[in-house]
Design a protein around this ligand. Structure first.
Ligand SMILES: Nc1ncnc2c1ncn2[C@@H]1O[C@H](COP(=O)(O)OP(=O)(O)OP(=O)(O)O)[C@@H](O)[C@H]1O
Ligand SMILES: [Mg+2]
Length: 383
């Protein structure tokens, strides 16, 4: 009987998996692959995704992935010869909708909620305040975690410049909301890049005048009103942030750390794993995605071999391409060796966290069979 991989055990023992990692390493792809493979094997899966590529939606047979839940049609998988034993529901995280729901929940009266929601500044702040997107991702997780319709929730996370932004999000959001002062407001503007950083150094009154000029009359009144209303929500948000943090520490929640084989990305996940450990959260697995492997044959082809292959028609190229073929081949060996050495360094430092290796595919991952292949490979413990 085949042995069960550490990753398969992780999947079995988790109700929630959160994919985190640096920008572009494959978080969304990994989340979709895990969700698909789990649904195939009988789990009722909800995949909460962020900003998925259009082609990923198409791969799942959806016109688009929207902020409404969409159940993936089993017939779509059958077309690719795959029987979904369980079910797969996909939904895109929508920061503003989640924030709106919170405002409604925590406003003392309906009128107050309406007033805040219709404030001119609200839309801006609810979507661009530092940490809001990360926070709302976890917030959504808290909302669906115990939904009886699902037995696995896979949560994708935003492309934070630093994966830690994600962990710190509840705290950051609370402290941002806590200092409802000019300073806080400046932070919001600062992240938009609309006002330059050095404005921070100037006095608040100068800044205020500046903002007034930029945004036109009524701004200060709108801001004052907004701040008063937001203040009304504070107690609610703070308590909420604590619940959110506690949820992330539950036994059945695990993080899947996704990295490329690049040293910088690896350093980031290692640091993240350390921080998870300190915070009493679980680093379930590290996925090293897009590993480059050496071409078959054991050694790079020589120019003469490339010429011969072209002459025999094995390579549909002009003869003068032989040198480039040999060079590309040699480069591929070097890159594979480089990735392998970075992986070894990671293995030496990852402690007990299982590492799953996934190879670089020749194209983007954008159809059912590729998603399933990746998902099955992860379940098998990598390749
Ligand atoms: N193993 C792989 N081989 C080839 N292409 C891959 C692989 N994994 C992911 N990709 C491709 O890399 C691109 C980025 O992947 P993805 O969107 O999953 O990354 P991400 O970490 O979610 O990015 P972001 O931080 O922007 O959200 C996609 O086009 C995806 O198809
Ligand atoms: Mg993504």
């Amino acid at each position: 009987m085949p042995t069960t991989s550490a990753f398969a055990k992780l999947l079995d023992s988790s109700r929630v998996l959160v994919t985190v990692g640096a920008g572009g390493v494959g978080k969304t792809t990994t989340a979709a692959a895990i969700a698909t493979a789990a649904a195939r094997s009988g789990r009722r899966v909800l995949c909460l995704t962020i900003d998925p590529a259009k082609r990923l939606a198409q791969a799942l047979g959806l016109d688009m992935i929207g902020s409404e839940e969409a159940v993936v049609d089993k017939a779509h998988f059958q077309k690719s010869g795959v029987e979904l034993q369980g079910s797969l529901t996909v939904m895109m995280l929508d920061t503003k909708t989640t924030f709106d729901a919170l405002v409604r929940k925590y406003s003392s009266t309906r009128e107050k909620a309406d007033k805040l929601l219709s404030n001119k500044l609200y839309k801006y702040v609810s979507t661009s305040l530092a940490g809001t997107q990360e926070y709302m991702a976890v917030e959504k997780l808290v909302a669906v975690k115990d939904d009886p319709r699902f037995d696995l929730v896979v949560l994708d996370t935003p492309p934070t410049s630093n994966a830690l932004d994600f962990l710190d999000a509840p705290e950051r959001l609370v402290s941002a909301l806590d200092s409802v002062t000019m300073k806080w407001f400046l932070t919001a503007f600062q992240t938009s890049g609309k006002l330059s950083l050095n404005l921070l150094a100037k006095s608040a009154s100068v800044v205020l005048k500046g903002i007034g000029k930029i945004t036109g009359g009524g701004f200060l009144e709108a801001m004052a009103e907004f701040i008063t209303e937001l203040n009304d929500l504070f107690g609610g948000f703070k308590e909420r942030a604590r619940i959110v943090e506690k949820t992330l520490r539950s036994d059945d929640v695990a993080f899947v750390l996704v990295t490329s084989p690049a040293p910088m990305s690896i350093r980031e996940v290692l640091y993240f794993a350390e921080r998870l450990d300190e915070s009493g959260m679980r680093a379930g697995s590290i996925i090293v995605n897009r590993m480059r492997v050496a071409p078959e044959g054991g050694s790079p082809v020589t120019v003469a071999e490339a010429k011969a292959a072209i002459a025999e028609g094995k390579l549909a190229l002009d003869e003068d391409a032989a040198a480039r073929v040999a060079q590309a081949h040699a480069d591929a060996f070097k890159l594979a060796a480089l990735d392998a050495s970075h992986l070894r360094a990671l293995e030496g430092r990852a402690g007990n966290t299982p590492i799953v290796r996934i190879r670089e595919r020749p194209s983007d991952v954008n159809d059912v069979s590729m998603l399933l292949t990746l998902g099955e490979l992860m379940l098998a413990g990598g390749e």
